[in-house]
Each structure stands twice: as structure tokens, then as C-alpha cells.
Design a protein around this ligand. Structure first.
Ligand code: F6P
Length: 525
């Protein structure tokens, strides 16, 4: 599938991206503009022929049919026999969506109403602090969005505990008043060891203060039975169906902490944003379709050019947790080595995703991005407007830095220019040596997603954009983006290792390294 594109890549040799801008309208021609967003991928090697080749790959994978199947409730999560319908959670006008012949929308909208009522109650109550206990998809989405939307905070303070490391819950609870703290136990399965351990610790903390769980716990789960076993009555459980994948679940009950923090109206705006991106994804032609082009640019870099990682660099400090959120979304979804039918993939799976907000990253790891030997495609995000009108000069600097980085990565600095920078200080061989350290290869690919302002609606659009990108990549790779078998082995082994770590059983049968590490740790206990 990639042969023709690899041939195009080989054919362009050492062509410079900057030269592609000789064609006057390149920036506009290699951008997608919609929904108050501009996705500019003109600072890449993609030209008309390459774009046509990439779109042909998407068409060959029958992307449009697969997309419609997902929105229509087909069971595209084939290894688990489930539909994939997080989009139904933001289908605010309630157009019917059928699973097994049943319209799911009345239940979805009723749950949204129930969530809103719960959130309003909590916001009007004496609770000053809400602690969401969950991990992975039951943590990263609301935790990321809660920070992203801090200008909209109006309810009790929300905290997020995820790690089984006792430090997480201990640090979170330190300073909180048990009488004024509400716990939300967020777990699709209600069996996740980290979450259940933290929930028990939370209960013990309340009990130590002479309080009971009554009225202080809410569960968010697909498994009402397990929540009931745990002692949370059904009327305090907000449920959702198995067709909402964990890492796609922040649009429904798993988003309760966010809704409590920003209020139901703002949360609804977040859903409006997701829905707007769904509409765009369903209707825009592929070359004007943001998720499709975002995915194809990514696949050009990863599957064709073999660039193993992708840096996500938000010039928007409140998106500090976006890279972590995207790590789960993209790597748990598309980090798979077999295709839907069980055959080995014949190309690379999804890339390693990493990043940090700008400008902080500039003073940390950008050195490697500019002068290291590996090419790291960078995805910049930047808002036109900030939320601090009094600090407009900060925002101007922020935007200038974002644009400067992609410009520097595009242009680079050649040896002549580098010589000019130090010619007044050095001469001869020393000038040559010093100049070489100041050369920037340039010609490094970047994309920029610019948007008006980080409002709840815009955040919804951004998150839905990335969700659909993952979907497009998964369809083209022919994998199931909606299971996560790769996390199971570690979980099983951790359960088995527990008694070894506590010394209840010995290390017989373990490999030498694991046995040594267990013994080393035990020697301090
Ligand atoms: O271990 C991976 C995973 O299953 C994720 O996919 C999921 O988001 C997370 O664990 C938490 O699962 P749960 O919501 O069932 O506690």
C-alpha cells in the first residue's frame, strides 16, 4: 500500500520544503480551514502528487464506508464485539443511533440530564473539594480538560488521583477536609486495581475522621453490579454502555468531575464542539477534512518516511496534559502489531507521541529537534487569543515563539550564515569549527493547528479532531483501534508478583533479574 508513496519520497531526494513555497498559494492549498480552526501542513514535503497518493490510500481502505459504519453503530470493535459510539454522547439533537436495532439516544440524553442534575447538586452543596479516582481513560480526559478550561472553573475544586503509588492519594488528601470532600470513583469495569485500591484508601480516610461513605461517593461505571458490591447504591451510579471505550469516555459520565468544575452549560458547549467536529468529519471532502488530513500527514511521516516519534507542542499552557492524554488516545489505540484479521502488520504501527507545552520545551528538548540526527515531526498548537486581556503582551510573545519555531525548523541556517554569525569573534580553522556548531539543517517537517481561543467548545473540537485522526489511521492500518490487549500481560504479572514483593512467596521460577530486584527491594523492608 505504501510502495508508491515511498517511491515518491525517494524521488524528491534532498528537495527543500522552503522551495515548495515558490508556488504562491502553497500555504492555503496545503491547509484546512473550518470551525474557527486552521490546520496548516504546508511546512511538510507533501505536494499535490503525494497528497493524491495519500488520499488514494484512504480511499483504498474504504475510509468513508468505515466512518459511516462507526457513526451508524456497527460493531467495528471486532475483537470485543462492540460498537464504537462515543460520538453518540455528543449527538445533542438526538438523531437516532441504533445498536442491535435499539436507538441508544433516549438513554444517552437521559444520562446527560442526570449528570447535569448531579453536577448542579454538588455545585450547590457544601462540598468544597471533589476527588476523581480513576486511571487511564477514567482520569486523563477529565484531568486534562479541567486544567485546559480553568478560566471556566466555577464549582468546587476538583482533584484527580490515578496512581496506585500511595503518594498520589496522600498528597491529594493532605489539607482536604473529609467532611467537605466528595469522591467520584470512575472506572468503566470497576475492577481496575489502582482505582479500587485508591477508593478503599479514600473510604478509610473518611472513616478515620468518623464519617461514613454515605452521600460521599459517586460511581461512574458500566458495571453497576460491581459498584453495588463495593457499596455504592444504584442511584449514585452514573452508567454508560460498553460501546464507550475508556479513552473515548470523557464526553459522558466519566466527564462528571469536569462538569462539576465548569458547570453543565460549559460542559454542554464542550459537547457542542465535539459534535461540530463530527459533522465536519462526516461531510468534508477528504482533502478538506481536518481529521483525515491530520491522519494522512502523520502517516506520511511515520509509515512512509519512518520517523518514529511525533512531538505535540501546545503553545497553550493550559493544554499541558494534552500530550499525556494523546499518548493514551493514540498509543493505546494504534500501537498494535496485528491487523483485524490477525495477520502481522506489514508497516509500522502508530508512532510514539510525546510533548510538552511551548515555550517550556524550547528550553529543554528543542535542541534535539533542531540539531539532532533524528527527524521529529512537530505538531504545534496555538490560540489566536488568550484568556488574559491584561497580559496580551505575553500572548503576543507566545504566538511569536510558536511561529518562530516552525519557521526555524523549516529554514534552518546554513554554514555561510553560521560563519557570518561568528566571523567577528573567530578566524581560520576556529571560525570553521565554531560555525559548524551553529548550523541548523532545517527542512524539518512541522504542522500547526491554530484556533481562535481555548473555549469549552474549541476544546471539544480539538479532542474530537484527534479522536477521528486515530480512527482514520486505524482504518488505513487495518487494525482495531478500540481494544487494548497489550496492557493485559503486565496486569497479570503484577497480580502474581504482589505476594513476592510482600514476601509471602519466594522468587522460584522468576528470571534472574526479576528475582534480584524483588530481593533487593525486600532487603529494605
Ligand atoms: O489498562 C488499560 C485500561 O483498560 C484503559 O483502557 C482504561 O482507560 C483504563 O485501563 C481504566 O479502566 P477502567 O475505567 O475500567 O478502570
Amino acid at each position: 500500500m505504501w510502495t508508491e508513496l515511498k517511491a515518491l519520497a525517494d524521488a524528491y531526494g534532498d528537495r527543500h520544503i522552503l522551495d515548495l513555497f515558490q508556488n504562491g498559494n502553497r500555504a492555503e492549498a496545503f491547509s484546512v480551514k473550518d470551525c474557527n480552526m486552521l490546520f496548516d501542513y504546508s511546512k511538510t514535503q507533501i505536494d499535490d502528487e503525494i497528497r493524491a497518493g495519500l488520499i488514494a490510500v484512504a480511499e483504498k481502505a474504504d475510509l468513508a464506508t468505515r466512518r459511516d459504519a462507526m457513526f451508524g453503530g456497527a460493531k467495528i470493535n471486532e475483537t470485543e464485539g462492540r460498537a464504537v459510539l462515543h460520538t453518540a454522547l455528543r449527538n445533542l439533537n438526538g438523531t437516532p443511533v441504533g445498536v442491535d436495532g435499539q436507538d441508544v439516544m433516549p438513554e444517552v440524553l437521559a444520562t446527560l440530564d442526570k449528570m447535569s442534575a448531579v453536577a448542579e447538586n454538588v455545585r450547590a452543596s457544601d462540598f468544597t473539594d471533589v476527588v476523581n479516582i480513576g486511571i487511564g481513560g477514567s482520569d486523563l480526559g477529565p484531568a486534562m480538560a479541567y486544567i485546559a478550561l480553568s478560566p471556566y472553573h466555577s464549582g468546587p475544586r476538583c482533584h484527580f488521583v490515578s496512581n496506585v503509588d500511595g503518594a498520589d492519594i496522600a498528597d491529594t488528601l493532605a489539607g482536604l477536609d473529609p467532611a467537605k470532600t466528595l469522591f467520584i470513583v470512575a472506572s468503566k469495569t470497576f475492577t481496575t486495581i489502582e482505582t479500587m485500591t485508591n477508593a478503599r484508601t479514600a473510604l478509610a480516610w473518611l472513616e478515620k475522621a468518623g464519617l461514613s461513605a454515605d452521600g460521599r461517593f459517586i460511581a461512574l461505571s458500566s458495571n453497576k453490579e460491581k459498584a453495588a458490591e463495593w457499596g455504592i447504591p444504584e442511584d449514585r451510579v452514573l452508567g454508560f454502555e460498553d460501546w464507550v471505550g475508556g479513552r473515548y469516555s470523557m464526553w459522558g459520565p466519566i466527564g462528571l468531575s469536569l462538569m462539576i468544575g465548569i458547570g453543565p452549560d460549559n460542559f454542554r458547549d464542550f459537547l457542542v464542539g465535539g459534535q461540530a467536529m463530527d459533522l465536519h468529519f462526516r461531510n468534508a471532502p477528504f482533502d478538506q477534512n481536518m481529521p483525515v488530513m491530520l491522519a494522512l500527514v502523520g502517516m506520511w511521516h511515520n509509515q512512509v518516511l519512518d520517523y518514529a516519534t511525533r512531538a505535540v507542542l501546545p503553545y497553550d499552557n493550559r493544554l499541558a496534559r494534552l500530550p499525556a492524554y494523546l499518548q493514551q488516545l493514540e498509543m493505546e489505540s494504534n500501537g498494535k502489531g496485528v491487523s483485524m484479521d490477525g495477520a502481522d502488520l506489514t508497516c509500522q504501527s502508530g508512532p510514539v507521541v510525546w510533548g510538552e507545552p511551548g515555550t517550556n520545551g524550547q528550553h529543554a528538548f528543542y535542541q534535539l529537534i533542531h540539531q539532532g540526527t533524528r527527524v521529529v515531526p512537530c505538531e504545534f498548537l496555538v490560540a489566536a487569543e488568550g484568556h488574559e486581556p491584561d497580559l496580551a503582551h505575553h500572548h503576543a510573545l507566545l504566538v511569536a515563539n510558536c511561529l518562530a519555531q516552525s519557521e526555524a525548523l523549516l529554514r534552518g541556517r546554513d554554514l555561510d550564515e553560521a560563519r557570518g554569525k561568528v566571523a567577528d569573534k573567530f578566524e581560520g580553522d576556529e571560525l570553521e569549527r565554531q560555525a559548524r556548531h551553529r548550523v541548523f539543517p532545517g527542512n524539518r517537517p512541522t504542522t500547526t493547528l491554530a484556533y481562535q481561543k481555548l473555549t469549552p467548545q474549541m476544546l471539544g473540537q480539538i479532542i474530537a479532531l484527534y479522536e477521528h485522526r486515530v480512527f482514520v489511521e486505524g482504518v488505513i492500518l487495518g487494525i482495531n483501534s478500540y481494544d487494548q490487549w497489550g496492557v493485559e500481560l503486565g496486569k497479570e504479572l503484577a497480580t502474581a508478583l504482589g505476594p513476592l514483593v510482600t514476601g509471602e512467596t519466594g522468587t522460584d521460577g522468576k528470571d534472574g533479574s526479576t528475582a534480584q530486584l524483588v530481593q533487593y527491594v525486600r532487603s529494605f523492608l
